[in-house]
Design a protein around this ligand. Structure first.
Ligand code: ATP
Length: 464
């Protein structure tokens, strides 16, 4: 049961603080004051993120015959992003305060903000910012390539990609020609993208460096709308499988006039974060827009030849585009729970527990010898750890009382703890429980005994 005393802001603060304390997420270059909009994943965060990416890859590439993976370069040829429209048009409207110089995204401020330089003015005086007219601010990070690159050489310009999608479009033909694959088929990619966001905020939600998990699903024009709806359902099912509450997921059918001009249908999948309902993923039917642009700009045909109908055409595409960091943040927000275990008349006892699904949890199992000063227990526990380690992330801990160690694992979301005790050694009265361990479940806190010989077989299906 969640502790309802926290408001959403307090809940978010508790989550951010746990992320730092336990090593999920740190601010980038924190010891130098931090690099705005950039984050580093600590040991647990790195495992959590990798588990999410592995699960996405397994569901969208490994378990499908019609989707192929790729891993494209981050540095991107300017011609690619000129053709796609990013060089000319990938911008957000920006306004500056003439007085305090603070910068805002014009489309996200609802009322004129309070000016930082006017904060000391007496009561009753106008303290609002004096904003400039909105101007377009291109969100792409530009760089120069090559040792001889001089500042005026336009050919030396390259960009850090603002999305993984364009790398897929410009390799469409190579993937098609190097694989015996027919429409409809997809190309999937997980990788970094960079946007010089005007106002990075809400922890990792809006970052300047982030990862995307994107699929470009190519199809015949007449199948586009149907496949868009099918992909929406698949993506919602995915979020359910990784443990996001269905009631906190919302689908927005983006109305005419608000979609990109080439898109006949776009859905946004949004999640109830503690800081509000915000986008996790976009599922967009992009028509033949991207391939046509590259077909025209490169002069290299992007057409597909249909063997059966003998037609040649540029395929249409449906794009489910998810944010990896945003999904990790949603998983953390969803998992965070404070359970009140206070006994009547007793000391306040709040159990912090991250209720990650086992497949997503950073640590799958903790191995805990009951006592550290009993060499036989420690030796047996290390044997169990070595048995499990090739198959899953195991945490070994022999410090503190067993109850404390269980709570530590609850706080980082470890679904199972394995305790090695005197029964394991066969030192109890009848020795019947020799070579068995206690498994303690994170959510119910219930315990059961399993034979060491059966342990791996017991754990594997539960963490997959
Ligand atoms: P927003 O409206 O929030 O800026 P967007 O509509 O521009 O997002 P897309 O271009 O559709 O985003 O990108 C696809 C996905 O990539 C988003 O749904 C989101 O999960 C992720 N994403 C986009 N921008 C960021 C960012 N600055 N930080 C983290 N994730 C991002």
């Amino acid at each position: 049961m969640a502790n309802k005393e926290h408001t959403d802001t307090e809940r978010m603060e508790a989550i951010v603080s746990l992320c730092k304390r336990k090593g999920f997420i740190f601010q980038s270059a924190e010891i130098y004051g931090g690099l705005n909009g950039c984050w580093d994943y600590g040991p647990l965060g790195a495992d959590l993120k990798r588990n999410l990416k592995d699960y996405w890859w397994r569901k969208n590439v490994q378990e499908r015959d019609d989707i192929l993976g790729m891993d494209g370069s981050i540095l991107t040829h300017q011609a690619v992003l000129t053709a796609s429209g990013h060089v000319g048009g990938f911008s957000d409207p920006m306004v500056d305060c003439r007085v305090c110089k603070k910068r805002y995204r014009a489309d996200t401020i609802e009322e004129t903000p309070i000016c930082e330089a006017k904060a000391q003015l007496p009561k009753g005086e106008d303290k609002s910012c004096e904003l400039t007219e909105p101007k377009d601010f291109n969100l792409m990070f530009q760089t120069k390539m090559g040792a001889s690159a001089d500042d005026n050489d336009p050919n030396a310009v390259a960009y850090l990609r603002p999305e993984t999608a364009q790398t897929i479009f410009v390799q469409f033909k190579n993937v098609l020609d190097s694989n015996r694959i027919k429409l409809p088929f997809g190309i999937a990619q997980i990788g970094k993208a960079f946007r010089n966001e005007i106002t990075p905020r809400n922890f990792t939600f809006r970052s300047r460096e982030f990862e995307q998990m994107e699929i470009e699903y190519f199809c015949r024009p007449e199948d586009g709308l149907r496949l868009t709806d099918e992909w929406l359902e698949k993506r919602l099912a995915f979020y359910d499988e990784i443990g996001l509450d269905k009631n906190k997921l919302h689908v927005l059918d983006i109305p005419d006039g608000e979609r990109a001009h080439y898109s006949e249908k776009t859905y946004d999948i949004e999640y109830d974060f503690p800081f509000g309902q915000q986008e996790l993923e976009g599922v967009a039917y992009r028509g033949a827009y991207d391939l046509t642009k590259h077909h025209e700009a490169s002069g290299k045909t992007q057409e597909y030849f249909d063997e059966q109908t003998k037609e040649k055409f540029i395929p249409h595409v449906v794009e489910p585009s998810a944010g990896c960091d945003r999904t990790v943040l949603a998983l953390i927000c969803e998992a965070y729970d404070e359970e009140d275990l206070t006994k009547e008349g007793g000391k306040k006892d709040i159990r912090t527990v991250m209720r990650f699904k086992p497949a997503i949890a950073p640590i799958k199992v903790a191995v805990l010898p009951l006592l550290k000063n009993k060499p036989e227990l420690v030796a047996k526990a290390k044997e169990v750890k070595n048995l499990l380690q090739p198959y899953m992330t195991v945490y070994y801990d022999e410090t503190a009382a067993i109850g404390r160690r269980y709570r530590r694992q609850d706080e980082v979301g470890t679904p199972f703890c394995v305790a090695i005790d005197f029964e394991t050694l066969g030192e109890e009265a009848d020795g019947e429980l020799k070579d068995t361990v206690t498994i303690r479940h994170r959510d119910s806190m219930e315990q059961e005994r399993v034979k060491i010989d059966d342990l791996l077989g017991w754990l594997l299906p539960r963490i997959h």
